[in-house]
Design a protein around this ligand. Structure first.
Ligand code: ADP
Ligand code: MG
Ligand code: ZN
Length: 480
């Protein structure tokens, strides 16, 4: 029998607010444990939470970007559970009345564009963190860090519209791209800024009914989500093939051993006893506010991609790469604004610039401070004017990484300007030909591939500065 996978994702996105969801504590990552925690986020008796307006604004941005319906009225609820990383004994979330219902995220599949429906988007707070250090574990205890308690999260729940682990991966990539464009999340996977629970079931291909699902919890890498789903789907198929039944359960992915394993179920079989948090008033979101946020939304990545193709004439591939991050697209457009042809700018940004970002593990902002769009544009213009060749330009670019002078100054300082003086080049070509009489003979006997060899020799003598077009021409002329 052929099976089809049905997948729905629950994604937690950590919002880029400066302070926590209901108190003034900082959300900055990496601080000393328990230095960013107060009675409110630790849930001391008698404290009163106060909602962070910026967190709501970020949620509105997301809701608008996925064309969801922002609810005029939503309520915070207490989700009760007992676990040592949650000193309050409950998490403040939204349950029956979330901030946003509906919407979609579009992904590209082999069969064309596909919309993955969004079920709901709601705000909630994060729990703290347990630290299991060896010495303490041996002594039978663990450490608690409250810095993450109360950090604002946006939970985005998808419809079970996803049909393969690859689609799940691509959906997550789109989602990350979007929240980064919107400026509501730093997208830092290592720091857990985006975490995903993956729900999956299988059914006979063509069937309309949903099978029993399992849930793989809390993964913070998209690769892991994809691989965990692949493993879980084959596990489910094996069970059904053997005539067994899928148990609804919660699983954990072990990336080292590449297997999913059941969580100890008693510990996580919750009765959350949701009820409206009596300390928080219902949230009414006014139309005017929504419209203001809408008017401030940036151009969304997929629109920008289409514009790069339609207006700048870039290939689809270039547009996709350049719009993958807002800062990259901004930088590219700034280079073009200095009068550089878009395709030339694209080649440089996709090639050299992205290579430097990768090599140095830096973001576009840091790069921009070193080589601003004006300087890169200047360099490209030198190539276009024939002052330097493409390969010399790469050398100049390397210099620019540490030398703040203009590309022109660097070319002059280092004597890198292209040699286009025919008399001079002619002399060098003669020299090369007389040094290689055997090759000249073979060339004349028909081995014309040797042209490249001669050009290479001229380049060697001129340290790459000879005008390649002219050199080619001269050699051909001289060899008849
Ligand atoms: P739960 O109450 O167990 O959290 P929900 O109905 O809230 O389940 O759905 C959680 C996620 O699981 C959603 O993303 C949803 O699309 C997905 N989902 C629901 N039913 C199935 C199913 N049968 N197979 C795969 N995914 C499913
Ligand atoms: Mg769930
Ligand atoms: Zn606090």
């Amino acid at each position: 029998m052929e099976y089809e996978a049905v997948i729905g994702l629950e994604v937690h996105v950590q919002l880029l607010t400066e302070s926590k969801m209901f108190c003034g504590c900082s959300t900055k990552f990496g601080a000393e444990p328990n230095t960013q925690a107060c009675p409110v986020c630790l849930g001391f008796p008698g404290v009163l939470p106060v909602l962070n307006k910026r967190a709501v604004e970020f949620a509105i941005r997301m809701a608008l970007a996925v064309e969801g319906e922002i609810q005029p009225f939503c309520v915070f609820a207490r989700k009760s559970y007992f676990y040592p990383d949650l000193p309050k004994g409950y998490q403040i979330s939204q349950y029956e009345l979330p901030l946003c219902l509906g919407g979609y995220i579009e992904i590209e599949t082999d069969g064309g564009k596909k919309r993955v429906g969004i079920t709901r988007i709601h705000l909630e707070e994060d729990a703290g963190k347990l630290v299991h250090e060896e010495a303490y574990v041996e002594a039978g205890t663990s450490l608690f860090d409250g810095n993450r308690c109360g950090v604002p999260l946006l939970e985005i729940v998808s419809e079970p519209d996803i049909r393969s682990p690859k689609e799940a991966h691509d959906y997550l990539v789109r989602l990350r791209q979007l929240v980064m464009y919107l400026g509501i999340c730093d997208g830092n996977m290592e720091e857990g800024s985006i975490r995903c629970d993956a729900n999956v079931s299988i059914r006979p291909k063509g069937s309309k009914e949903l099978g029993t699902k399992t849930e793989v919890k809390n993964m913070n890498s998209f690769r892991n989500v994809q691989r965990a789903l692949e493993a879980e789907i084959s596990r489910q198929i094996k069970i059904l093939e053997a005539g067994g039944k899928i148990e609804q359960e919660t699983l954990l992915w072990d990336p080292e051993r590449e297997v999913v394993e059941p969580m100890r179920s008693k510990e996580f079989a919750h009765d959350y006893r949701y009820f409206p948090d009596p300390d928080l008033v219902p949230l009414y979101i006014e139309k005017e506010w929504i419209e203001k946020v809408r008017s401030e939304l940036p151009e969304l990545p997929w629109r920008r991609k289409e514009r790069f193709v339609a207006e700048l004439g870039l290939p689809e591939y270039d547009s996709e790469v350049l719009t993958s991050e807002r800062e990259i697209a901004d930088y590219f457009e700034d280079v073009v604004a200095f009068g550089v042809p878009p395709k030339a700018a694209s080649n440089w940004v996709m090639g050299e610039v992205l290579r430097v970002l990768k090599e140095e593990h830096i973001g576009m902002e840091a790069f921009r401070e070193r080589i601003g769009p004006d300087r890169l544009a200047g360099l490209i213009k030198l190539v276009q004017a024939g002052t330097i060749s493409g390969s010399i330009a790469k050398k100049v670019f390397e210099e620019m990484r540490t030398d703040p002078s203009s590309p022109k100054e660097i070319v002059e300082k280092k004597g890198l300007a292209q040699i286009s003086d025919e008399a001079e080049l002619s002399r060098i070509v003669e020299e090369v030909l007389s040094e290689h009489p055997q090759e000249v003979e073979r060339y004349r006997a028909g081995k014309v591939q040797l042209l490249g060899f001669f050009v290479g020799q001229v380049m060697k003598k001129t340290r790459g500065k000879a005008n390649p077009k002219l050199v080619n021409q001269l050699i051909r002329d001289k060899l008849g």
